[in-house]
Design a protein around this ligand. Structure first.
Ligand code: E4P
Length: 219
């Protein structure tokens, strides 16, 4: 399974890249706005900096609501760097946009997926990736991972090549479940990447090894 990081923070992306586990990045307007506010940089600069660090897909989202506007934004985003994947919301206008962009050879990530029907439509329109939002479904007492499972089954049944990104990941269990179900990718916040590494028994083990070793050192 591929690991993407769900952030627009360049320092977080650099650290994840140094770990050797990073296959791509997803951003969204909220994450980008946070970085614009924090750094004062332009969105294009932030995206370009991200693409310089990670040599994998970098999702950047359109904010228009009509096809013509979304296609225009998508062309501009895609011209920033060959790694850019254009994120498009799953609406009627969004689907038309995805179809147009797929005809132009521009990769898309159809976002805000909350039902298997939406995932099926996105794939038919030509999406390269779909992003079911697991955590936001859990938040309203729906089983977010069941949605990922349904999409995996549908895509397998019909040999659909669109890749499934388990998104809105909130904790390590989401990552494990996504891997077991067969999602192609999990896009994971920086904090959760740290949580994936840590285990209290590892910390205790290191402490014990070091204290036993230091006890027999003479100088
Ligand atoms: C996915 O691409 C989105 O950026 C993200 O996973 C949304 O997560 P949230 O529900 O934690 O905002």
């Amino acid at each position: 399974m591929k690991f993407f990081i769900d952030t627009a923070n360049v320092e977080e992306i650099r650290e994840a890249e140094e770990l050797g586990i990073l296959d791509g990045v997803t951003t969204n307007p909220t994450l980008l706005a946070r970085e614009i506010k924090r750094t004062g940089s332009k969105p294009e600069t932030i995206l370009k900096n991200i693409c310089d660090i990670v040599k994998g897909p970098v999702s950047a989202e359109v904010t228009g609501m009509e096809q013509a506007g979304m296609v225009g934004e998508a062309r501009k985003l895609s011209s920033l760097d060959p790694h850019i994947v254009v994120k498009v919301p799953v609406t009627l206008e969004g689907l038309k946009t995805v179809r147009q962009l797929s005809l132009e050879g521009i990769k898309t990530n159809v976002t805000l997926i909350f039902s298997p029907c939406q995932a099926l439509l996105a794939a038919k329109a030509g999406a390269s990736f779909v992003s079911p939002f697991v955590g936001r479904l859990d938040d309203i007492s729906h089983d977010g991972m069941e949605l990922v499972d349904q999409i995996v089954v549908i895509y397998e049944n019909h040999a659909i090549e669109t890749e499934i990104i388990a998104a809105s990941v909130r904790h390590p269990l989401h990552v494990i479940q996504a891997a077991m179900i067969g999602a192609d990718i999990a896009t994971i916040p920086f904090k959760v990447i740290h949580q994936l590494v840590r285990h209290p028994l590892t910390d205790l083990g290191i402490e014990r090894f070091l204290s036993d070793w230091n006890a027999v050192q003479t100088n």
